[in-house]
Design a protein around this ligand. Sequence first.
Ligand SMILES: O=C(O)CCC(=O)C(=O)O
Length: 335
Amino acid sequence: MPTITNQHESARSLALCADVEAGKRNLDAFGYTVHENFIPPEQVAALRERVLEQAEMELEAGVASISASGHAGKDRHYGGRDETALPISQQVGFLPNKGAEFRALMHHPIALAYARHVFRGVPFNIVSQSALMLRNGGKRQVLHADQQAWPFATPVPVMINVTVALSDYEADMGATNVVPGSHRFPSPDLDMPHEEAAASIGSALLPMVCKAGDALVFESRTWHCQGDSVSDKLRLGIGSVYGMHMVKPQDFYPAIIHDSVYDHLSEEDKDMLGFTVHYEYGGRIGPRNAHDLRANTNCRHPYIPELRRDGSGDEAVLYENMRVAKTDVLSHPVA
Ligand SMILES: O=C(O)CCC(=O)C(=O)O
């Protein structure tokens, strides 16, 4: 197993950057970078307001994703407001369904530049976009890599997380901990204590402290975890994770985008949400009924049900001949 060399000693101070070229160098050397001033204060305020409103209303409706330890807590469940306290951890997931602000964020040019860089030009799309809220009492998460589920090491990452901070991230607020240089190693042993695991590759855990408006950028081989929160300040950020096109996405947007949202998506939005089939490979979408116009951006399939000579089956319809039923939500014309 290679060891972390002196090259990585400098990563014990944070791999900050203010421009994409420096950020790419940090990603290559350390597996992460903290990109300062990723979005301007007005955008921080607008995103923050939308997330907080959505989070509050999900609590009121009893459908909030909450936990007493963190976004990956074993006690995570859908629930509502507690009379006495706000949840220690709340995740507002599936954000592309919850506001145009979030769909705009997924096209952020700096995030896309980082994704293009780490994926070496392989086409990619967004695989999840969620807001994570953490309050006092949050517990340090298991040290992991986001491609932990892959049972083999990869020479390049298959995903990259670009988390925009909508509050400051301070160490005692549970700022995400990272292990600089760990992207050069296989995923960590989940049972090994954090410090021991980091030391085993000659590195250490470092909290990614930053200001609201900065972005924490880490590729999917990099070992990381949510830290402990012992602060009365709310830690709030939105993680947009991009994956190579053939990666099965954590959030399967072609299936979960609401019809009312789908109807207003641009072709660029659909592409980013994974509606494009690259190299005639993964993610083909066939109509779910004879009126279903939800389709790939670059190929169309007819509706072909079980066909029976005795007429007991349904009828096949070419995509071009599909018409929206009066009762359907979709209203856009056939492409
Ligand atoms: O919330 C954090 O600090 C860590 C997030 C994380 O582990 C992830 O997105 O994979």
